[in-house]
Design a binder for this molecule. Structure first.
Ligand code: ZN
Length: 271
């Protein structure tokens, strides 16, 4: 994936950790004997693996294969900011327009919105994926971006990925297959850990601009101009005050006219 010129502005993606931190359960709250055995095993397996490159786009896709598949995956994160809230108007719009979407949720957001989470997970229009237990940036060396708290060591990366995967599976019966690190930055070793745990790291191709507080019109332009075959668009669904609905109301008719359809990410074959 190319580096988006506006990617620095992702700084606002998830800057609201303080509220969550105050009532956050430690990862050890979720430790079970079988989990600890798995964690120990994986830590041994990767003990000599270097961290590798640190990047927002750690998973490189080959250039567009030119398949002519004008399909977009709209993805929406729920981080840790507005813990007890979600953008109901956005979800209602997606349902009314029958637009499939992929929702990346943290364990923090699930805990604060259990009823909503279960309701969304039951709807086949939506795919639930993993945004980490505590919205930590996954870096085995503790690198941070935009002030978002990183994981501590390899063990912290495993906690962040696996404990939320288990939480989602326990509540929905389906284990997530994709993982998006907080801020989308991560390192190569974390990607290998995710793969060892059965998940592929996902970033994005099209930055909608919602986290940079861009207007609905600008967001719609970002989405329309960034659209290409099988592109992944990043937005959020935990800020009801952000204009994702208005942006999509402007962008979707244009995209449909240009032949685009929308699909859940799990229907994509990722490389
Ligand atoms: Zn996030």
């Amino acid at each position: 994936m190319r580096t988006h010129p506006k990617s620095a502005a992702v700084m606002l993606l998830c800057l609201c950790a303080s509220l969550a931190s105050a009532r956050m359960r430690p990862a050890s709250f979720y430790y079970t004997p079988d989990y600890l055995a798995l964690k120990k095993q994986i830590m041994e397996e990767f003990s000599h693996t270097p961290p590798g490159k640190f990047s927002e786009f750690i998973r490189r896709r080959p250039p567009d294969p030119g398949t002519g598949q004008k399909v977009l995956a709209l993805t929406f994160d729920a981080c840790d900011g507005h813990l007890r809230d979600y953008n109901k108007a956005l979800i209602d719009y997606l349902r009314a327009e029958k637009i499939p979407a992929t929702l990346f949720v943290t364990g923090l957001w699930i805990d604060a919105n259990k009823k909503t989470f279960l309701e969304l997970a039951k709807d086949p229009l939506f795919e639930i994926e993993n945004h980490g237990l505590q919205h930590r940036l996954c870096s085995v060396t503790g690198r941070s971006m935009y002030g978002v708290r990183p994981t501590i060591g390899l063990g912290g990366v495993i906690d962040e990925m696996e404990l939320n995967a288990r939480k989602i599976q326990e509540l929905t019966g389906r284990r997530p297959v994709f993982f998006r690190s907080a801020t989308a930055y991560t390192d190569e070793l974390s990607r290998k850990v995710a793969q060892r745990l059965g998940m592929e790291v996902v970033s994005y191709d099209v930055l909608s601009g919602d986290a940079m507080r861009e207007s609905a019109r600008q967001m719609s332009r970002n989405i329309i101009n960034g659209a290409r075959e099988r592109a992944i668009v990043i937005m959020h669904f935990n800020h009801p005050e952000w204009p994702e609905v208005q942006a999509l109301k402007l962008a979707v008719p244009v995209l449909r006219k240009r032949g685009y359809t929308f699909s859940r990410l799990d229907s994509f074959t990722l490389h």
